[in-house]
Write a protein that binds this ligand. Structure first.
Ligand SMILES: Cc1ncc(COP(=O)(O)O)c(C=O)c1O
Length: 321
C-alpha cells in the first residue's frame, strides 16, 4: 500500500506559485487547489494515512473513519479509493450538496447525523458518532485532523516549497481551521528562517484565537474548538476577518486577479492587502498567500449575491439584538 501511496505523492504538493498583480506590496499566491483532490488537505490526508500504514495501524482491511464535511473528507476519501480501503465520513446537514454527492461516490458508506449537540451545532454529535463507529467497527482507524500530529507534519513539504521560492518571502498568510497548515508551516519554517513572519487568518466567531462569538455561516475557515495541535505552532500575528469581508475578499480576488477560489482564499487575500495599508516601506515586504481550494463549492453561498445579502442582514440583526 505504501508503494501505491508514494506514486500518488507525485500529484500532491509542488503547487504553482502565482505573482498577484497591482497590489501595494508584492503578493504571491500558492495555488493549493492544484493538489490531487482539489485542496491543500491532500497534504494532511496523505500524511495521516501514510503514517497510519507505516505504523501498522492501517492495513488492507482497515476501515477509516473521519468527522469531516469538507476538504479533509474529500482528500481521505480519494486516497482510500485509490488504496481500496473502506472510508466512512461522518457528515452533518451543513455539508455542501456537491461534496455530499462526491463523498457518496467515493466512500464505502456516508453517515449523516442530524441531531444537534448541546451547543446547538453538530460538532459534538459528529465526534460522538465517530467514536461509536470506531468502537463498533473491528480494525478501524480515525483520521483525526484535530489531534493527529501527522496532519501538521503533512505541511512540512509546503514549507520547503516556500523556502525554495524564487522570491524572498518575508510574510506567509495562512487561513486556520484544524490548524494543520499553520502549525506545520510555522514550525518548520521558523526552524530554518525565524525571520519569516507567519500570520494566521481566521473568521469572526471562530474560537481558535478567542474572537468574539458570532454565528458562523461560512465553511472551510475557523473552528468551534481550539485544535490541540495548534500548541506546536509559532504564529506572529492573527487577523480576524468578518464574514461579509470574506465575501468581499472572494469577489476582489475574482475581479482583480481572476482567481475563482474558496472562502479561505478570499479571507487571506483581503487580510494581506489590508495588513500593510497603513505602513509605508522603503522596500515593501514580500508576502506569500496560501489559497487552499477553488470556488465551485461556494457558488450557492459566497458567490450567490442573494445569499450574501441575507447573511449581511442576519449578522446586522444579531448585532442590533
Ligand atoms: C478551505 C480551507 N481553508 C483553510 C484550510 C487550512 O486548514 P487547516 O487549519 O485545517 O489546516 C484548508 C486546508 O486545506 C482549507 O481547505
Amino acid at each position: 500500500m505504501l508503494k501505491q501511496l508514494e506514486k500518488l505523492s507525485a500529484f500532491i504538493g509542488n503547487t504553482p506559485l502565482m505573482s498577484l498583480r497591482n497590489t501595494r506590496t508584492p503578493l504571491y499566491a500558492k495555488l493549493e487547489y492544484n493538489n490531487f483532490s482539489g485542496s491543500s488537505k491532500d497534504r494532511a490526508g496523505y500524511s495521516i494515512v501514510y503514517n497510519g500504514i507505516k505504523s501498522g495501524r492501517i492495513n488492507e482491511n482497515t476501515t477509516i473513519i473521519a468527522s469531516s464535511s469538507g476538504n479533509l473528507a474529500i482528500a481521505v476519501a480519494s486516497i482510500c479509493k485509490m488504496l481500496d480501503l473502506k472510508f466512512i465520513p461522518v457528515i452533518d446537514p451543513n455539508i455542501n450538496s456537491a461534496y455530499e454527492e462526491l463523498l457518496n461516490l467515493l466512500s464505502y458508506k456516508v453517515v449523516k447525523i442530524t441531531e444537534r449537540d448541546s451547543t446547538g451545532g453538530y460538532l459534538l454529535t459528529r465526534i460522538e458518532t465517530v467514536n461509536k463507529l470506531h468502537a463498533a467497527t473491528e480494525n478501524s482507524f480515525i483520521a483525526d485532523q484535530y489531534g493527529d500530529p501527522n496532519n501538521y507534519k503533512g505541511y512540512y513539504g509546503l514549507s520547503e516549497e516556500i523556502l525554495r521560492c524564487p522570491v524572498p518571502v518575508e510574510y506567509v498568510f495562512v487561513a486556520v481551521s484544524s490548524s494543520g497548515a499553520i502549525t506545520g508551516i510555522s514550525k518548520s519554517i521558523k526552524e530554518k528562517n525565524p525571520d519569516i513572519k507567519i500570520i494566521g487568518v481566521d473568521v469572526e466567531g471562530s474560537v481558535i484565537f478567542n474572537a468574539p462569538p458570532v454565528k458562523r455561516y461560512i465553511s472551510g475557515i475557523g473552528a468551534s474548538q481550539v485544535p490541540p495541535i495548534i500548541k506546536n505552532a509559532s504564529i506572529d500575528d492573527v487577523v480576524i476577518v468578518s464574514q461579509t469581508d470574506i465575501i468581499k475578499g472572494c469577489f476582489e480576488l475574482l475581479n482583480e486577479q481572476v482567481i475563482f477560489a474558496g472562502a479561505s482564499s478570499g479571507a487571506v487575500y483581503l487580510a494581506a492587502k489590508n495588513y500593510f495599508n497603513e505602513k509605508s516601506y522603503l522596500i515593501p515586504p514580500v508576502s506569500l498567500l496560501i489559497f487552499p481550494d477553488k470556488g465551485h463549492t461556494y457558488l450557492d453561498t459566497i458567490y450567490n449575491k442573494q445569499w450574501g445579502e441575507q447573511l449581511a442582514a442576519k449578522l446586522e440583526s444579531a448585532t442590533v439584538a
